[in-house]
Ligand binder design. Sequence first.
Ligand SMILES: Cc1cc2c(cc1C)N(C[C@H](O)[C@H](O)[C@H](O)COP(=O)(O)O)c1[nH]c(=O)[nH]c(=O)c1N2
Length: 229
Amino acid sequence: MRPFDKDALSAASGFSLAEREAVYHAIMTRRDVRSQFLPDPLPDDVVERLLTAAHHAPSVGFMQPWNFILVKSVEVRTRVRDAFAKANEEAAQMFEGERRQAYRSLKLEGIVEAPLGICVTSDPTRSGSVVLGRTHNPRMDSYSTVCAIQNLWLAARAEGVGIGWVSIFREGDLKAILGIPEHIEVVAWLCAGFVDRLYDEPELSVKGWRQRLPLEDLVFHDGWGQSER
Ligand SMILES: Cc1cc2c(cc1C)N(C[C@H](O)[C@H](O)[C@H](O)COP(=O)(O)O)c1[nH]c(=O)[nH]c(=O)c1N2
């Protein structure tokens, strides 16, 4: 372990004040991007850093169940966009009345506009059938892969790269397009590309779909539903 330089860093955390602020700045200003992508390709070194950030995520039993399928091909991304369009029509039918109209007005993907697609998958067989920490909840490998995505998303914020998570697919369609084996789980399709502006608040909030909940309503003390400290 490398010792912290205590003179240069703020007490205890090992982070300078500016470094600590930078972490929160990335967290608070990260956005899901659908429509603001610039067409410029992402340089390989940027993509490498984003994937390295993802690969340093925590994972149950350190199983590192993720894979990243990098998709630059416009032809493949167009097929993925078509799979989205089919699923999105099914999704629209699940909402009623005005809500359906509002749903249809939302832009929920930038699959072709963004220069890079990253399909993130999770392999439940990565480290054998009995995995430390997954013994009593089989979903822990998927959760680990989600941690990798969040690492990538925050690193992307700091790199000026927008990320948009698209989940409106029938998993079988993505597997067929990308040749993904049956036992592998598709966790995310990420649209990735440089952006020169971001919404200050979630786009769904700006467009009136749903607002951020008050944190105090979500925190309980010593048991479910107990809001008194
Ligand atoms: C698991 C999962 C799946 C999806 C998303 C996110 C996550 C975590 N989000 C993005 C989501 O709408 C967005 O994160 C919230 O609206 C909050 O906005 P910010 O991410 O803070 O900008 C998302 N957005 C979208 O336009 N199409 C989609 O299919 C999805 N799917």
